[in-house]
Structure formats: C-alpha cells, structure tokens
Ligand binder design. Structure first.
Ligand code: D61
Ligand code: MG
Length: 465
C-alpha cells in the first residue's frame, strides 16, 4: 500500500508522522565542528532508530551517548565482518577499546556507511577525547568488556538459553549498563543509577532478543556465512537445523519455535518496567522508553507470524510515529505496554483455540501478567500521587505565608473602610450605578480577614500552595 493509502486508512497517524518527519529534519542539521559533524552525520546514516532519540537527549548527554553509539557500532562492524579472518578478528575485538586513545588508528572493513565509519575513525576518537573523563572511562570500559565478550563467542555457537543471555549481555546488556552509568555520572539521574546492573542488562536483552527474533531471515541469509543467534537448546525441540525454518515444509515447526523465542523475550518485560519507573529526567525517559515500546510492539507482530521466515516484519512507520508522539512519561509507557501485551495475548488465545501453538497458554498467561502489572503500577502511582497531595494539604502553612496573608487581609480591610477617602484623594467620583459597592467591599474584606485569622491561628495550609 502506498503512503497515501496508509494515511487514509490510519488518519490518526498523520500528525505523528509529520512531527517525526520534522524531528528527523532537525536532527539532520549538523554541528559546525568537523569531528562532531562527522559523528552526528554518521549516526543519522547508520542508525535509523536510535539517531532521533539520541538527539533528543539532554544536551549534557548527547555527545557522550552519540560517541558511545559510534564506538560500539564500530566494534560491532569488526564483529560482523565475515571477511576478517578469526586470528586477526579476535585480538582486534579484545584491543578495540584502546583505539579510541590512538589519534591515528583507522581501518577498512565492513561495507557502505560502516566502512566510512571505520575509515574515518580518527574523527570519532577526536570527539571521544574531548569528552569529560568520567564519560570516557565508562565508554572505554564497556567497549573493552563487549569486545572481550564478542571475542569469546567467535569460536562458539549459542547453544543453551544461558549462552543466549550471555551473548545478548555482551552486545546489548552492556550498552544498558553503560548508559545507566552515563546517566548517573551526568547528575541527571541519581548516582545510584549506575549500579542497577541487572535491570540495565535486561533493558538491553529485551531489545536485542527482539532484533534477533525479527532478523532470523536476514541473519541466516548473511553472506558469506549465515549468522545464528537463536539458541540451539530452543530450536532443537523443533528442527534438525536452524536453517530448516526457511523451508515451506517446516513452516509449522518454524512458527512454534518462533513463539517459544517470543515467550523467552517476554521474561524481561517486568525488569524493563521497573527500570523505566526509576528514571527521573523526562528526556532520558523518552530515550529509554521509545525503543522498549517499539520492541514489545514488534514482538506482538512477530508472534505466530510466518512472515518472519520469508521477509521483514516491522511496525508500520505511522505506528512507530504514534509511539514517539504520544510517549511522554511513565504512565503512557504503561498504557502502551498494556496495549501491546493485549494484542499479543489475543493472538495467543486465537492460536490456542486453533491448537496451533503448544506454548500458547504460557504466552497468553505471560501477557495477562504483563497487563496486570501495568494496571497495578498505574494504580499504585495514582495512589501515591493522591497521598502526596493529601500530605501537602495537611502540612501547616509556613510562618511567612501566615504573616503575609494576615498583612494582605489587614491592608484590604483598611482600604475597604476608607474607600470614600481614597476616592476623594484620587479624585475619582462615586459611581451611582453601583450604590452597594462599598458595602460589598467591606463584606469581602471581613470575610478575607476572618479567613486569614483562621489560617494564622490553625496553620491550615492554602490548597493552592
Ligand atoms: C536504554 C536505551 C537504549 C538502549 C538501552 C537502554 C539498552 C541497550 C541498548 C539500547 C542497546 C540495544 C541494542 C539493540 C540493537 N542491536 C544491535 O544494534 C546489535 O549490535 C550490538 C552491538 C553494538 C551495539 C551498539 C549500540 C546500539 C544501541 C545504542 C548504543 C550502542 C549506544 C547508545 C544507545 C543505543 C546488532 O546490530 C546489527 C544491526 O542491527 O545493525 C547486532 O550485530 O547484533
Ligand atoms: Mg554484531
């Protein structure tokens, strides 16, 4: 369907699409400094999804996170380049973190924009070295740990579910851990934020697992050699070889295995909700929550969907735009998670009724649990908000509030009883259309004075404070 057809079918996506288009256009305006210009230009070219959210981060974190992204993207380019022989690749991955301290270092590998990134790596290095030392340390440390982890996996296959979690920890969980450290050391989130390793790790696992599920076909068709991230322990319940799932005669088993993988990914949702609730800065929040909501939306599309094995399953652009547009804070994130868990749960119920998926019951249950957790969190937050409001009302007004209220009331009363004199002094004539005006003013003055006296003696706080 064409773009126009999509908009006619989903008119509520028009404004979000326009707003996203404008945000993407703003993001294309590059800084003047050549190093930064290269970094942001490259970010826009290599990352469709992260470029816009990174550029909406608070100023303080924008450059560090952009460099963090590019350094790890470069490392991943080394990992992904199947033309580099193992005996070169393994030591290169392990020492890659040092390259950000070497002004000269660059290499030619990868393809397209990735190759450009590798060949102009000194421009990344230059911006890296201009960052605050505390950010440099986080980026270099995560790069070192990720490179070592990737190197460990070069000769290995992802066999067990634990291997799968470990591989995802290296390539994405560590990103979450590093980001939390950057947030904590910026002072925009609490210092303790950098210590939420388990929750941060699961933020990354949820995103990476969703990608691995969605990218089955792309990864298995990779040239010169297929890449396989689905853990053997899971797929061997359904097939002899992972590549079988591409073949039409194995369609049913493929979808069952896919559903198993989706169920596995859903196990991280609760940790993700917990992590996001702890964020305080609204921009950091959006940066973290947008990819997470996209992930659960993508999982809901992938579940029980054979298209994963024949092509690309993706959210519609308009739907993604709607998430970006409406996701303001945690309450909206809970609504979105509840919504997509609902969509996924309905699909699981249908699969169960059709007898299509032996795990459908578990998936449906997991979805109901996610929905229940979203509702429980929403409710708890509403209660906390109410309690805070009550506490504020119950707190006595401060001495200065009581004093100034009393002074104001006294001044008003003085005016009310001297209104005629004030008029004479100012030369304003009495307006015969309002013969009762002075009486009314005096009445209001008395009421205000009584109220001020009541606040001054009982200390009851003004509800507007
Ligand atoms: C909050 C906000 C963003 C988060 C987060 C928490 C926790 C983790 C992540 C982002 C990382 C999620 C990665 C998911 C996408 N997977 C990949 O890109 C794979 O490469 C992994 C190694 C390089 C990671 C680079 C990266 C990615 C996102 C970032 C970031 C660094 C730095 C800051 C912010 C976001 C995948 O790449 C292939 C491809 O899709 O092109 C692969 O090779 O498996
Ligand atoms: Mg990779």
């Amino acid at each position: 369907m064409g773009k126009l057809g999509e908009i006619l079918k989903h008119p509520d996506e028009l404004v979000p699409l326009l707003s996203m288009y404008l945000a993407a256009r703003r993001a294309k305006a590059l800084p003047k400094q050549p190093g930064l210009a290269f970094c942001y230009g490259m970010l826009n070219r290599v990352s469709r999804s992260f470029a816009v959210v990174i550029q909406q981060l608070p100023e303080e974190l924008r450059d560090p996170v952009c460099v963090f992204y590019l350094v790890l993207r470069a490392l991943d380019t080394v990992e992904d380049d199947m033309a580099i022989p193992q005996k070169t690749k393994v030591p290169l991955l392990r020492s890659f973190w040092e390259k950000s301290y070497d002004r000269e270092w660059s290499m030619s590998c990868g393809a397209g924009d990735y190759r450009d990134l590798m060949e102009h790596y000194p421009l990344v290095t230059q911006v890296f070295q201009s960052l605050d030392k505390r950010y440099q340390t986080v980026i270099a440390d995560i790069c070192k740990r990720m490179g070592n982890g990737m190197a460990d996996f070069i000769p290995k296959v992802v066999k067990t579910a634990a291997d799968y979690d470990l591989y995802c920890h290296y390539v994405a969980g560590l990103v979450g851990i590093g980001l939390s450290q950057l947030f904590g050391s910026s002072g925009l989130e609490s210092e303790g934020f950098g210590k939420l390793d388990d929750l941060s790790n699961q933020m990354g696992l949820f995103l990476q697992k969703t990608n691995i599920i969605r990218d089955y076909l792309e990864d298995i068709n990779e040239e010169p050699a297929p890449r396989m991230f689905w853990p053997r322990e899971i797929w061997d319940e359904y097939a002899e070889r992972l590549a079988e799932f591409k073949e039409p005669e194995h369609a049913a088993a493929a979808v069952r295995c896919l559903n198993h993988m989706v169920l596995n990914a859903l196990s991280h949702v609760d940790a993700c909700l917990e992590y996001m609730e702890r964020l305080r800065d609204p921009k950091i929040f959006r940066f973290c929550a947008i990819p997470q909501v996209m992930a659960i939306a993508t999982l809901s599309k992938c579940y029980n969907n054979h298209d994963v094995f024949t092509g690309v399953v993706k959210m519609r652009r308009g739907e993604a735009a709607k998430v970006m547009f409406h996701l303001e804070g945690y309450n909206e994130a809970l609504l979105f998670f509840k919504h997509y868990a609902g969509v996924l749960g309905k699909k699981a119920q249908a699969a169960r009724d059709a007898g299509a998926d032996p795990l459908a019951d578990d998936v449906a249950k997991a979805c109901v649990e996610i929905q229940a957790k979203c509702i429980a969190r929403t409710l708890r937050r509403a209660q906390e908000k109410e309690a805070a409001f009550r506490a504020r009302l119950a707190t006595p007004a401060s001495g200065s509030v009581r004093g100034s209220l009393l002074a104001m009331a006294a001044a008003f009363a003085a005016y009310a009883y001297r209104a005629a004199e004030v008029r004479a002094y100012l030369g304003v004539p009495f307006d015969p259309r309002f013969p009762q005006l002075d009486k009314l003013t005096r009445f209001l003055a008395i009421a205000f004075l009584l109220y001020a006296l009541w606040v001054a003696t009982t200390g009851r706080r003004l509800p507007v404070q």
